[in-house]
Design a protein around this ligand. Structure first.
Ligand code: NAP
Ligand code: HSE
Length: 430
């Protein structure tokens, strides 16, 4: 066998630990697939005193010891966060090393610039693990779907929130307990706000939309809402109305522009996406030639994420062996992000209001003035808001309406003295 391919690892946490273990335990298989041995040469960590599960690794706190090691040809970045990860990736490229990363924040914010810098230096950047954990998602967009004009991507791409929502909906757990379970399983980001506020999903949607629509999509172009305001009653009403609540990431072509949004949504209970539970992710793609496809699997965790990272390492090592580098993804900039205010969909509105004659008529009147037509109304009596008063929880389902009109009507409804509060506003994706 020829000289081995040298790998440097930046980070030895949930994913880095899984990658190091896989490179060690599957060393023979990997060598057979590549035609050379693939050897882990050095590992960058923050805390050298921390006890590690894997003995015998060359651990360092000096980034140069990995980034500028001449025996390292592939740098695997699994530290997370924007900086210093972004800077280290650029240093690795400048030193002529191929890069594999699981970092959706860096790829969403700086992906096109990184890929272009790599192409100029004659190296490649692989990031399959940045979206969908172990599900092949980036590969299909880069290659298998290239002949299609894609009209829509609808995805459940955050394992932590899908896990939390599933546990709240099916086991009646409260939010905090479900989040703790997701953290213990290693699904959650270092700062779980990234997951529960939809930030992680917005990063991933920006990466997918950039690839699917050959557009430059930045995370700031994505309208974003998280799951922290969902209440147990939303899950009950969803069921009663024939829906399931999911945190959806949606990118679709509308009137020559791109609608980009991450938010909780009602999805029909028998749809494919409604049945994606727990840590599982799914990416549904609509292409003009392929029709509708669903990419489905485990979206987080050490095993699935290592599967994607190590596959990228093997692919790069094979291409080092063969002496070929893949070209850069082309952006044509034809499709530009649209404003959220122009979105049209159906809405579920849950509010708590005084249980008195004429209250539903007043709310419906304000909606009607904004051309928002009602599809159905549900009322549950006796919600305790304050001593003495009788309150009811009222749920409105609308027909398709304009986002801007709905937001204006909600401001007016909020100001009505008979309305104690607006509980939830959830878009319905039929
Ligand atoms: P993690 O468990 O928090 O591990 C991070 C690792 O990076 C730790 O080993 C840490 O060192 C090291 N590190 C962080 N900052 C550093 C710095 N400034 N200098 C040197 N080392 C540093 O994170 P993770 O869950 O493995 O996630 C890693 C990346 O994979 C993130 O981009 C994440 O979004 C992505 N990802 C994660 C999953 C998942 O299921 N967890 C799935 C897909 C993608 P110490 O060990 O010394 O603290
Ligand atoms: N925190 C992320 C999730 C990890 O829960 O999906 C996978 O990217």
């Amino acid at each position: 066998m020829a000289d081995s391919v040298g790998v440097g690892l930046l980070g030895l946490g949930v994913v880095g630990g899984g990658v190091a273990r896989t490179l060690r335990e599957k060393a023979e298989t990997i060598a057979r697939r590549v035609g050379r041995e693939v050897e882990l040469r050095g590992v960058l960590v923050r805390d050298p005193a921390r006890e590690r599960e894997l003995p015998g690794l060359r651990v360092t706190t000096d980034p140069a010891a990995v980034l500028e090691d001449p025996s390292v040809q592939i740098v695997v970045e699994v530290m997370g966060g924007d900086q210093p990860a972004h800077q280290y990736i650029r240093r690795a490229i400048a030193a002529g090393k191929h890069v594999v990363t699981a970092n959706k924040e860096v790829m969403a914010k700086h992906g096109p610039e990184i890929v272009a810098a790599a192409a100029r230096r004659g190296v490649d950047v692989a990031y399959e693990a940045s979206v969908g954990g172990g599900i092949p998602v980036i590969g299909p967009f880069k290659l298998d779907l290239l002949a299609n004009d894609i009209s829509q991507v609808t995805a459940i791409i955050n394992g932590t929130t899908n896990y939390i929502i599933t546990r709240m909906s099916q086991a009646g757990l409260d939010f905090e307990s479900a989040l703790r379970e997701a953290q213990e399983a290693g699904y959650a980001e270092a700062d779980p706000r990234n997951d529960v506020e939809g930030i992680d999903a917005a990063y991933k949607l920006a990466i997918l939309a950039t690839l699917a629509f050959h557009a430059r999509v930045h995370p700031d172009d994505v309208h974003r809402e998280g799951i922290t305001t969902l209440e147990p009653s939303d899950f009950r009403y969803a069921r009663e109305l024939g829906y399931v609540v999911k945190l959806l990431a949606i990118a679709k072509v509308i009137e020559g522009g791109l609608e980009l949004r991450v938010h909780p949504a009602f999805v029909p209970e028998h749809s494919m996406l409604a049945n994606v539970d727990g840590v599982f992710n799914a990416v549904q793609v609509e292409g003009d030639l392929v029709g509708r496809i669903l990419l489905y699997g485990r979206g987080a965790g050490a095993g699935p994420t290592s599967s994607a990272v190590v596959a990228d390492v093997i692919d790069l090592a094979q291409r080092i062996e063969a002496g070929s580098v893949r070209p850069v993804v082309a952006y044509d900039g034809r499709l530009r992000p649209r404003s959220m205010a122009d979105t049209r969909c159906r809405y579920y509105l849950r509010l708590v209001a005084a249980d008195r004659p004429g209250v539903i008529a007043r709310v419906a009147g304000l909606l009607g003035e904004r051309e928002i037509s009602l599809a159905s109304v549900l009322q549950k009596e006796d919600i305790q808001v304050s001593e003495g008063d009788r309150y009811a929880e009222i749920v409105f389902m609308t027909h398709r309406a304009h986002e801007a009109a709905v937001q204006t009507a909600l401001d007016e409804i909020r100001r009505l003295a008979v309305v104690a509060r607006i509980g939830s506003v959830i878009r319905v994706e039929d």
